[in-house]
Write a protein that binds this ligand. Sequence first.
Ligand code: ASP
Length: 327
Amino acid sequence: MHRREFLLKGATAGAGFLASTGLQGQEGSGSSNSGEVVIISTWPFGKDANQAALEILSSGGSCLDAVEKGVMTAEANPAIQSVGFGGLPNRSGVGELDAAIQDGRSFESGAVCALQGVRHPIQVARAVLNHSPHLVIVGEGAREFATARGFGVEETLSDKAKEAYERWVKKNPGKDGPAEGHDTLGLVALDSTGHICAACTTSGMAWKHPGRVGDSPLLGHGLYADDQAGGCVATGDGEEITRVCGSFLVVEKMRQGATPEEAISDTLDRIAQRSPKGSNVHASFVAIRADGVSGAGSMRQGFHQAVTRSNETKVITVPAHIESTRK
Ligand code: ASP
């Protein structure tokens, strides 16, 4: 059964759920943007991603194509040690990649987790969205799905990543050192019609336990998009972001009228309150509200957002979050 057919069958039950949660009543708040294209992403390497996404939108391409092609730039770049081909492997020396994509109008999404042997996991996530009745496919099943869709199995570890692993094993012969070093390229695009899409791609935490999945490929945690409210993506300690449904929380706060920065600031407070590590957590978010206002926030210093407006992309330093006294 095709994905669309599958979803339509469930639509009646879905409407009941929305009414019972009161979410339907919130819908009037969105889609009042002025027609301006806005693209936002995580980290300085987001700049290339934004530019690739902008090219797609400027030539009349779709919002989903824009976010997919945008994040592919980092997946192909061996200099980036936290995404795609350059990403550092798990503790067994195997690259396992996570990626997800979501359409904020249809709410269709696709994700792959712990995918081995494919350099562009976001393309497989898009294939899940387009061709599978499921939202998330993991591990060996994800590779099987990718192979069946015609993706070739390739080397996914750069030479630099292999060397880094060898150095780590020398220092940790028992392969039991802590997981460390991680980032995600997350990107949100608002097109000129007010349509919002989001995508994320990461190799997760370096030296993670095989099969470990963080927030990035999980809807509501690493990414969330809703044309009626806004879109958000996350980067940082996946276990802590997942604990509070980070990206969903930011979007819901924007739906209630918060600016992206207020919504992110409240979410960082929530993480600090709920995490056993308190505010000693890596967590950063970038978001666009449905009216085109964008913003970012980060628990710690060192985070940058890449923002594209009026065809110009800037990388902007994001100051560290100051915990609110509001609880
Ligand atoms: N959130 C990612 C993960 O936990 C890593 C990161 O973005 O820093 O896998």
